[in-house]
Each structure stands twice: as C-alpha cells, then as structure tokens.
Design a binder for this molecule. Structure first.
Ligand SMILES: Nc1ncnc2c1ncn2[C@@H]1O[C@H](COP(=O)(O)OP(=O)(O)O)[C@@H](O)[C@H]1O
Ligand SMILES: [Mg+2]
Length: 335
C-alpha cells in the first residue's frame, strides 16, 4: 500500500541543455524550436489578439513552475490569463514554454475539444511578456481533488468517465499531424469542472509537435515532464527514442491514481522496471488496461483510441447515463 502524501504541484523538469548532454546525443535532432514570431503571427492571422482595454483583471488563482494565472474577464467573458512570473527573461525556458503553449493553443483553436482547455486569445503587444487567455475551468485540479479525498476511493462510474476524458484529450492531440506530444500528463495539469463531471487537460508548455513522417526516427532527449509520471524511455535515455506512447504511460499512472486514490510512488532511474501495485485497482478489466498502458516496451502500449475502445468493450462497463460525479470530499473547501 502506498501512502497518500505530499502537496499538490510537483514541478516539471526541463530537457537538458545541449551542453549537459552526452556527445552522442548532441547530434540527434531534438531542438524544440520556439519561434515567438511564428506563434505571434498565428495570433494575428487568426484574429486572436486581445487588447489591453478589453481585459478586466481579477485575482490570482494559480501558479505553476513558470507561469502565474489570474482570473479575468475578456470582453465580459470570464476566463484566465496566464503570463510569465515576474523576473523571467524572454530567453528563459519559462518564456519558451509559454510560447510553446501559445503555439499549440493557436493550432488546436479552430477545432476546440471539450477535454482540452479552450483558447480565448492572447495579448502580444509586449513580445517579451505575452499573455495567454484561456477558458476558466471552475473546479479544482485533479491533484488537489484527489489529495483532498485522503485515500477514499471513488466509484467506478467516476473512474471510468474521468479516465475516458483523459484518453479523449490524448487521442485528439495524438491524432493530429504533426502529432502533439503533451509530455507532462499529470493530475496537476488536469482540471475539473465545478460539478465534477468533466476533466480537461491543460498546460501545453511542454508539448512537442512531431511530423508523422518522422515519428519513428526523430530523437527527443531530456528528462521532460514530471518524474513521478515519466515513462521509462523518457527517464532513461539508454532505452532509446520516445514518442506519443510516453503520454500513454503517464496516463496509466493517472488512471491508477484515479482507481486507487493513492498517489503513485516516487520514480527514479533505479526504478524504471517497477510499477505500482496492480491489484490495488480492484477492478480486473481496468487492471488489464492499465497494465498494457504501462508496458515497458512503448510499442506494446495501446494508442489512446485503442484504450478508449478497450474501455467501451469492458464486460462490466459502468452505466454512466445517470451521472458520474463523485461526492465532494468534506475535509476541505475545494473551489
Ligand atoms: N484554465 C484554467 N482555469 C482555472 N485554473 C487554471 C487554469 N489554468 C491554470 N489554472 C491554475 O493555475 C495553475 C498553474 O497553471 P499551469 O497551466 O499548470 O501552469 P505551469 O505551466 O506554470 O505549470 C494550475 O495548477 C491551476 O490551479
Ligand atoms: Mg502545470
């Protein structure tokens, strides 16, 4: 049994800089290209620009490793504004992540998905300090919600439905060309609506678009993501290349967390063959799925679409037509 511990908000790691990489890795092609001008052009061309006088600022509601998030109104519509923390330079990794987030959001904006936070627009009048406006998701992050349950397990309807939400979001990203790798799937980047019926994937700063034609040859390196949810091939560069199946691995640990209400154990290079206790899931069909999703060999892991199909074929698939929201934990005031 693992013990639920720790505070929400484990921080994400960044790819090693080239100078820290072993010689062999330097020739590989992982330069995550951040072109602020390209992202800004997408904003202008898509008419996504938000003027300063269209924004009414509200209170600060969140802070991640790179960004600070405020509630606000844009043209009267409630949303959130994400901007760099004070003191971050335009050449910093945090800046690059924000630009990547802008790039991804402008890419997916034309086909919004109900399990991804929606793009509202951006202020780019100060190119060193862009502001991204996104849909305000009015419930807690999954991280906060699960920690507040103190190990109290949820019903299968909720586990099933929230898992499908995560897989739908990944299927959307992975089905695109270029494929969008999220690379930081974890409960702190999943947000719940206030009625606890829907999960939305957020935080696209670590995403990486990969042309489908080079999916199997392009090399990515760097321990990218958050250690606890990181796939073995991401953690250990010796295992070779990685692709969108690294997101499937991270999702398997989130699914395990949903099913058990226990935070997955710590992860490090010494434990890349270890997995959390499968029997703790106490739902054989779901255990089978999780086991395939965290296969050591990433080629053996199903795609997000195959995971969804497998879930819909569960012989004991719960009937979610009558609602899926769990009871609220009474131990703390989640907003
Ligand atoms: N669209 C949103 N709606 C409501 N809260 C949000 C939203 N986006 C972010 N937040 C809050 O801000 C925190 C940090 O946001 P995140 O996008 O994860 O930033 P970072 O890139 O710094 O990790 C989240 O954990 C959440 O509490
Ligand atoms: Mg985050």
């Amino acid at each position: 049994m693992y013990i639920v511990q720790g505070k929400p908000g484990e921080s994400s790691l960044y790819p090693y800089t080239q100078s820290l990489l072993p010689e062999a890795a330097k020739i590989s092609n992982d330069a995550t290209i951040h072109h602020p001008q390209e992202a800004f052009m997408k904003v202008t061309q898509g008419h996504w620009e938000v003027r300063e006088d269209e924004v009414q600022w509200g209170q600060k509601i969140g802070e991640g490793a790179n960004a600070v998030v405020f509630k606000c109104k844009v043209r009267g519509v409630t949303c959130v504004a994400k901007r760099l923390k004070k003191g971050m330079q335009a050449r910093s990794q945090s800046y690059k992540d924000l630009i990547m987030e802008l790039d991804i959001l402008t890419t997916v904006a034309l086909q919004p998905h109900s399990n991804l936070v929606r793009f509202i627009g951006a202020s780019i009048w100060d190119p060193e300090n862009p502001i991204i406006f996104e849909e305000y998701v009015n419930g807690p992050t999954l991280d906060r919600y699960l920690l507040a349950r103190f190990g109290n397990r949820m019903g299968r309807k909720t586990i099933f439905s929230w898992s499908l939400d995560i897989l739908k979001a990944l299927d959307y990203l992975h089905s695109r060309d270029p494929i969008i790798l999220h690379r930081d799937v974890k409960p702190a980047n999943l947000m719940l609506t206030r009625d606890l019926t829907t999960l939305k994937l957020a935080d696209f700063g670590m995403c990486k678009p990969v042309d489908r034609s080079v999916r199997d040859v392009v090399k990515h390196h760097g321990h990218t993501g958050t250690l606890r949810y990181m796939a073995p091939e991401v953690l250990s560069q010796r295992l070779g290349n990685y692709n969108e199946k690294a997101d499937i691995y991270s999702a398997s640990l989130v699914l395990w967390y949903l099913a058990t209400c226990q935070r997955p154990p710590d992860n490090d290079l010494q434990r890349i063959y270890e997995r959390p206790e499968l029997e703790a899931v106490k739902w054989p069909s779901f255990e089978g799925l999780i086991q395939r999703m965290w296969a050591q060999d990433s080629n053996q892991r199903p795609s997000a679409r195959e995971c969804m199909d497998a879930m819909n074929a569960f012989p004991d698939k719960p009937d979610i037509s009558s609602g899926i929201a769990p009871g609220r934990p009474t131990c703390c005031n989640l907003q």
